[in-house]
Design a binder for this molecule. Structure first.
Ligand code: PLP
Length: 429
């Protein structure tokens, strides 16, 4: 356990010291479905939420709990819920507030999987997602109506890599009773959205937090600072009786346990009913990654700046997309919201268009050609022919993807080897 506020210490010591029965220092993998109750009174207190404790691994598990507590400490929140994927985290984060007939307002600058979830699957469930351009924060207010339950955005969305105006949009939402949910997947450690007024963060653990690229997982973190009762009619999921839990009103029922109405509801209703639980093994795998996250983020960020500088001087590169070379309001947002690094993602455009983009990818020897980001290894992809190939030409341009655009997720290999691989691949296009 630790009281430290330094991420390097938190990731090693927060939330777990040693196993109470064996003294094991590494967090054990509690590979069990169920937990034996001490007696019938204990069982009924757990089910009634009079006492928090382990019941069944679909809803909670001690390995998962250690992971959650560490990420809570890192983000400065009060409680979290780890789930089976980043996709499950974004879906549940929204479904925990919005029902059929409701809407949320989301930034247009989103990971493609989140875009599909919002534009299609949530729509089929009756939840409307209103997409707005985040360059003007007031667009969020303009798209809001009485049924708006949340605002949603990514801190450092690719391919544009323009940092989201967190405080500006959180400040619009708070007096209206609307929380800001931030997907901070691309910026752990370097951005703490709660410090700027966000109510909820979500992460794909699959990316930087794991870093090893061996597990899929996600997490939702509750800041505990959003007042769900301030405009009670805005948040009926938390302020009206829940039939599935003997009429519990979540904001009142959990008061003795702390400001955790949002995350408790997500766990004991959505995780209970929809079931996207993280496995204990994967929770353990993410704890292993988490322990070195601050060190890795430093290297990702340092290497990415060096790559952006190198690409900026290359005669076959027409533009480099990276927060280090932004100006005006984009630069101000990057300076305000990113601390200790500008992220590990770099985009660039090749003068030779689509053919050059594909040829460049083919020529890479050390970089992996994969759709992932945030791995300790360097990764590359040509979005126009892969992740964004289903979009129309106009949609590609709107999302920041041109024919010659290449996305790099810069790893933590030695910078000389990263640049050497880029150099030889650029020489061949
Ligand atoms: N959010 C962002 C920003 C992502 O990049 C991804 C995956 O690429 C996700 C969410 C979804 O995460 P997962 O692949 O773990 O489901």
């Amino acid at each position: 356990m630790t009281d430290s506020t330094n991420p390097e210490t938190i990731v090693l010591h927060a939330g777990y010291r040693s196993d109470p029965t064996t003294g094991a220092v590494a967090v054990p993998i509690y590979q069990t479905t169920s937990f034996q109750f001490q007696d019938t009174g204990h069982a009924s207190r757990l089910f009634a939420l009079q006492e928090l404790g382990n019941i069944y691994t679909r809803i909670m598990n001690p390995t998962q709990d250690a992971l959650e507590q560490r990420i809570v400490a890192l983000d400065g929140g009060v409680a979290a819920m780890a789930v089976a994927s980043g996709q499950a985290a974004s879906a549940l984060a929204v479904q925990n507030l919005a029902w059929a007939g409701d809407n949320i307002v989301s930034s247009t600058d989103l990971y493609g999987g989140t875009w599909n979830l919002f534009a299609h699957t949530l729509k089929q469930q009756g939840i409307e997602v209103r997409f707005v351009d985040p360059s003007d924060p007031e667009n969020f207010r303009r798209a809001t109506d009485d049924r708006t339950r949340a605002y949603y955005a990514e801190t450092l969305p690719n391919p544009k890599l323009k940092v989201f105006p967190i405080k500006e949009v959180a400040d619009i939402g708070r007096p209206l009773g609307i929380p800001l949910i931030m997907d901070n997947t691309a910026a752990p450690i370097i951005c703490r959205p709660f410090d700027h007024g966000a109510a909820i963060t979500i992460y794909s653990l699959t990316k930087y937090i794991g870093g090893h690229g061996n597990s899929i997982g996600g997490i939702i973190v509750d800041s505990g600072t959003f007042d769900w009762e301030a405009v009670p009619e805005r948040q009926p999921a938390l302020t009206t009786p829940d039939e599935s839990y003997h009429g519990a009103v979540w904001t009142e029922a959990v008061k003795p346990l702390g400001p955790i109405a949002y995350i408790i509801r997500a766990r004991v209703t959505l995780l209970r009913d929809l079931g996207p639980a993280i496995s204990p093994q994967n929770a353990f795998n993410f704890i292993q990654g988490l322990e070195t996250l601050p060190l890795r983020m430093r290297e990702h960020c340092r290497n990415a700046v060096a790559v952006a500088e190198y690409l900026g001087k290359h005669d076959k590169v027409t533009s480099v997309i990276h927060p280090s070379n932004q100006t005006g309001e984009d630069k101000r947002r990057a300076d305000t919201y990113l601390k200790g690094g500008l992220g590990g993602l770099v985009g660039f455009e090749l003068s030779g268009g689509k053919e050059a983009g594909q040829a460049f990818i083919e020529a890479l020897k050390m970089f992996y050609h994969v759709a992932n980001i945030g791995d300790a290894r360097s990764l590359a992809i040509h979005p126009a022919s892969t992740t964004h190939s289903q979009l129309t030409a106009d949609e590609q341009v709107a999302t920041g993807v041109t024919d010659g655009y290449v996305r790099l997720s810069i790893g933590i290999e030695h910078i000389d080897d990263i640049i050497a691989d880029l150099d030889q691949a650029l020489a061949s296009v």
